[in-house]
Design a protein around this ligand. Structure first.
Ligand code: 5GP
Length: 191
């Protein structure tokens, strides 16, 4: 999506450890008009997928997920992060290793919000090694719900997550695909 690539070129900063800082429009300060356009684009790409709900993880997945939910007219559920969980009877839980914070979190979704008839779309801000998406896939499996697709605002194609999702046969839509970081600049994938 050219609009997003232009914004990344303009406002993104490459940090050590293959981290792209985009906190001035995506995951700290949020540009609502851009989010609206990203949500509309995800909705267009998944229009025929029969989505009933959107799943994401707090906090940086929430903005794009909510805008996608608005355009698809479906509810949005964000998994909550906890350091470690004890009372879990009413929750679906999974373990997620955070790429940027390098800590393990339990993520959880209240069982009331998912039912076997649901067909969900997973949305997140970044796809790196795929841990966050894998955690949501684990929850979907436990809840016996179908995952119709995964939508990420930015994927780093050179890390493990892209292959993990596509190898699982799941439709993956990335609105910007980064092929490499070279000399602190971003190179986008051609397709
Ligand atoms: P994964 O679980 O796929 O390894 O990493 C995805 C999560 O880590 C995203 O939810 C995002 O919050 C964070 N993340 C991964 N890579 C980056 C990055 O390059 N920049 C930023 N800002 N966050 C990232």
């Amino acid at each position: 999506m050219k609009l997003l690539e232009d914004r990344i070129r303009q406002d993104g900063t490459v940090l050590p450890g293959n981290v792209l800082k985009v906190d001035n429009f995506l995951n700290h300060q949020v540009d609502p008009q851009l989010m609206d356009q990203l949500g509309a684009e995800f909705a267009r790409r998944f229009a025929d997928a029969g989505i009933t709900k959107i799943l994401t993880v707090e906090s940086s997945g929430i903005a794009p997920a909510v805008m996608t939910g608005l355009h698809l007219n479906v509810p949005v559920i964000f998994a909550r992060k906890h350091k470690s969980l004890t009372l879990t009877d009413h929750l679906y839980t999974a373990k997620v290793y955070s790429y940027t914070k390098q800590v393990n979190n339990d993520i959880s979704i209240d069982r009331r919000f998912l039912s076997p008839e649901d067909r969900v779309l997973i949305i997140d801000d970044f796809l790196a090694n795929g841990q966050a998406v894998q955690g949501l896939l684990d929850i979907a499996k436990t809840a016996q719900i179908e995952v119709a697709g995964v939508g990420v605002v930015i994927e780093k194609r050179f890390q493990k997550g892209h292959k993990m999702v596509t190898d699982a046969g799941i439709q993956l839509e990335a609105l910007a695909s980064i092929a490499a970081f070279e000399d602190n600049t971003v190179t986008f994938a051609e397709d």
